[in-house]
Design a protein around this ligand. Structure first.
Ligand SMILES: C[S@@+](CC[C@H](N)C(=O)[O-])C[C@H]1O[C@@H](n2cnc3c(N)ncnc32)[C@H](O)[C@@H]1O
Length: 308
């Protein structure tokens, strides 16, 4: 099994602008790659690192043990405000959210994320709670699943594939990653070999099982609330759905908002909360992609909290 190589590492560190004695959050510690770079760059400060996947936390523990000032937690970054309250921390100087899955999770057939190898159809990031993908598919309605495939995976023949998946689930034959991949192939039986939709169907089901978009939006909004003036938020997205959320949230809080009277006159102007430092998302260069092909789809956006 391969390890996980942190993407856009230099741009993330530059974006976060690690300051001596500062308090930083890594909301997605994963394999501990970015977290160890942050911890290395940090003198006398504190790093709160978390992941909703208990296995990732255990793995990162070993990698981060040598750094002082690191607190590692099995938590969801969608509960960031609560986590910081529990730790007695008011504001922080920088937050990283590196969304999605790590290569370690993706490559491990036991986790059920990959269609390349057979494994239980689990797909939960947090293996301590919630429905597995097999359980989710056993009760989802066909029209609901079709909508999920469309909006989380841009799957074209969504209705056709959803019908095949639901039919198979009802017959009790939806237990492994192979079962899900077979349902996609059966529904597109005119395609030779594995249909390209298999990848996007897996992506869409995974996003739904983990409610990834809800947590991403909640996490970003809370991150902006807990940043000290001058503090930085760095968010890395790996597909268009994630990047759309990051872009929308940052655009929303970087504009002056006008509160109107019923007759349309301006009652109050609310100043922008952040300044976006990346007019266009930062992407990996050819050399990084050659070394780490997964970096190909990464998009980094950075914002700085303004005074007030
Ligand atoms: C791309 S990996 C992070 C890799 C990490 N930056 C590194 O360098 O090793 C994403 C990680 O975020 C975790 N994750 C995804 N959504 C999460 C959430 N809402 N709360 C906490 N962790 C989450 C996943 O379990 C996964 O381990």
């Amino acid at each position: 099994m391969n390890g996980h190589i942190p993407v856009l590492a230099r741009a993330v560190l530059d974006g976060l602008r690690i300051r001596e004695g500062g308090t930083y959050v890594d909301g997605t510690v994963g394999g501990g790659g970015h977290a160890s770079l942050i911890a290395e760059a940090l003198t006398g400060g504190r790093l709160i690192a978390m992941d909703r996947d208990p296995e990732s936390v255990a793995r990162a523990q070993a990698r981060l043990a040598r750094f002082p000032g690191v607190t590692l937690l099995h938590r969801n970054y969608g509960e960031l405000a609560e986590v910081l309250r529990e730790l007695g921390i008011g504001f922080v100087d920088g937050i990283l959210i590196d969304a999605g899955l790590s290569s370690i999770q993706l490559d491990d057939p036991r986790r059920g994320f990959t269609f390349q190898e057979e494994g239980p159809l689990d797909m939960r990031m947090d293996t301590s709670q919630g429905l597995t993908a097999a359980q989710y598919l056993s009760h989802v309605r066909e029209d609901e699943l079709a909508e999920t495939l469309r909006s989380y995976g841009d799957v074209g023949p969504a209705r056709r594939i959803a019908r095949a998946i639901v039919k198979r689930s009802k017959s009790g034959a939806m237990k492994t990653t192979r079962d899900l991949a077979d349902a996609v192939s059966e529904s597109l039986d005119f395609v030779h070999g594995m249909p390209e939709e298999t990848r996007t169907v897996f992506q869409a089901v995974r996003i739904a099982v983990n409610e990834e978009y809800n947590w991403l939006e909640a996490g970003l909004r809370q991150a902006l609330d807990v940043l000290a003036p001058g503090g930085r938020l760095a968010v890395i997205a790996f597909h268009s759905g994630e990047d759309r959320i990051a872009k929308r949230v940052l655009q929303d809080v970087s504009r002056t908002k006008e509160i109107l009277w019923p007759d349309g006159r301006v009652r109050e102007r609310l100043a922008p909360v952040v300044r976006v430092l990346t007019p266009k998302p930062v992407q990996a260069d050819a050399e990084e992609i050659r070394f780490n092909p997964r970096a190909h789809s990464a998009r980094l956006r950075v914002a700085e909290r303004l005074e007030g």
